[in-house]
Write a protein that binds this ligand. Structure first.
Ligand code: 4AD
Ligand code: MG
Length: 461
């Protein structure tokens, strides 16, 4: 069989050739003598037109097939320069592989994204989601390609862990349950255990601390995997289960970290623009009119850099615009982040050197003793897309910070060991993978860029 994606790439080559394509019916219309089927074969979000005539022995059956029926078509490819579609197949044989019923929910009409979320098992068959999830796949590949080309070692970090890497208390607990010999409480309900074979564990919120151990062996490493946060923030930018890309680099400081982040962002954007041209054009036309211009600009211009203290000064001057108050020491809210990146600079902005009290314990204390060597990358349309920092490599300082945060130093014995056995200046960051997919597609809800979103309302599929 020939793939529709290949035909779109080189239609001249296939012109007047006999080919075989297989796929699912998107639309179908016909008369007594002729029929037109738009077939989607899954390799491209655009379909291919199939023309059937009543000389086909199963013409009457074919003309009645419901949307989403699976068929295999043999015929000649003919270019149609004057028509809406660039080419069509004049079928000489059509086999019916699997019929669909007319209860198929994705009939030819516009559906809201809200509705499509309720049928997450079928929505990848629609144009928008086909394009989103192909971009997601290409962006994953671009990330691996970027780091592998630079000799980074891909490191797999644990999913079940005792350490709360961010120290923010947002871990989902993991419990054991013995289904055969389960204790029941007095009401007859299952009495869930509170431990993982005797230890209190949870699902990882970040692979960073484990990645740091590998950076002290391999120098440059990255993780790319699922992370979980039990934050009940019902926003279009937060998910309970999301993917994160976390590089960690040794013998490197915050400036090196930002350089890496900027290079990576530009690489991913260029890769996706080159390899998903039609998909990006589709998003630019139907989802976000400024997308193409924005991505092109970002790929070719320098990111802005300001300190947190400078950001606060800027925000104070516009304080009547915000719901949340601004003062030095408080965390930036999404409205503040978006104002800075969208209204003030209109490009990606690194904000650096945050107050130590609003950032994680592992960030390197600056000489002012008030701020840490942290950076967040803010981008128009999304807000925070990356969070990173230079890590505290000095044992005594790190121990002080662990105490300040009232964390249990014993839990971090292996992390502290790294500071004893040839400690190095090092840094890293986390890219929210869904957030870059939102950025690349213009989709405005995180639930529409994750295949099967886990939300406060749903964990189906
Ligand atoms: O800023 P965060 O919390 O940083 C870390 O976890 C560090 N340990 C990363 C590191 O330095 N290795 O998260 C990093 C990024 C955020 O900037 C955001 O893009 C994304 O992860 N993120 C989320 N994405 C979707 N849903 C959530 N609930 C998210 N929480 C964070
Ligand atoms: Mg953050």
């Amino acid at each position: 069989t020939t793939l529709v994606r290949e035909i779109y790439k080189d239609k001249e080559f296939y012109s007047h050739k006999e080919i075989k394509v297989s796929g699912w019916i998107r639309t179908s219309r016909g008369s007594k003598n002729f029929g037109f089927i738009e077939l989607n074969d899954g390799t491209f979000f655009k379909g291919i037109q199939v023309v059937i005539g009543n000389e086909l022995e199963n013409f009457k059956e074919l003309i009645k097939l419901s949307i989403s029926s699976a068929i295999v078509v043999t015929g000649k490819l003919v270019l149609t320069p004057d028509a809406k579609q660039p080419f069509e197949i004049q079928a000489t044989e059509v086999e019916i592989e699997g019929e669909s019923t007319n209860e198929y929910p994705l009939q030819k009409k516009r559906h809201t994204f809200e509705y499509l979320r309720t049928i997450a098992h079928l929505r990848p068959r629609s144009n928008t989601f086909s394009a989103v999830f192909r971009v997601r796949s290409l962006a994953s590949y671009a990330i691996h390609k970027f780091f592998q080309e630079r000799n980074f070692v891909y490191t797999h970090t644990p999913i079940v862990t005792t350490s709360d890497a961010e120290g923010a208390g947002e871990m989902f607990r993991v419990t054991t349950i013995d289904l055969k010999n389960t204790a029941l409480d007095e009401d007859g309900n299952v009495d869930y255990g509170l431990d993982f074979f005797g230890k209190e564990t949870g699902l990882t919120v970040s692979g960073q601390l484990a990645a740091e151990t590998y950076a002290q062996a391999f120098r440059n490493v990255y993780t790319f995997g699922p992370t979980f946060r039990a934050e009940n923030s019902n926003t279009p930018r937060h998910a309970a289960e999301f993917w994160m890309v976390e590089p960690e680099i040794a013998f490197a400081d915050l400036q090196d970290d930002m350089k890496l982040a900027e290079d990576m962002m530009k690489y991913i954007i260029k890769y996706v623009m080159d390899n998903a041209k039609e998909e990006i054009e589709f998003f630019n036309k139907f989802i976000d009119k400024g997308l193409l211009d924005r991505l092109t600009n970002v790929a070719n211009s320098d990111f802005e850099k300001i300190t947190y203290t400078e950001a606060i000064e800027i925000l104070k001057k516009a304080k009547e615009k915000f719901e949340f108050p601004i003062e030095w020491g408080s965390d930036l809210q999404t409205e503040h982040e978006r104002y800075i990146t969208e209204k003030v600079f209109n490009k990606p902005v690194f904000v650096t050197d945050y107050p130590k009290d609003i950032k994680a314990f592992y960030m390197r204390l600056n000489d002012d003793n008030k701020t840490v060597a942290a950076m967040d990358l803010l981008v128009p349309g999304v807000g925070e897309i990356i969070g990173g920092s230079q890590r505290e490599e000095r044992l005594d300082k790190l121990e002080e910070r662990i105490e300040e945060f009232e964390l249990n130093a014993e839990d971090y014995w292996w992390y502290l060991d790294l500071r004893k056995y040839g400690t190095t200046k090092h840094a890293g960051f986390g890219l929210g993978f869904e957030r870059i997919i939102m950025y690349l597609t213009g989709m405005s809800n995180i639930r529409d860029v994750i295949s099967f979103p886990r939300t406060t309302k749903s964990a189906e599929f």
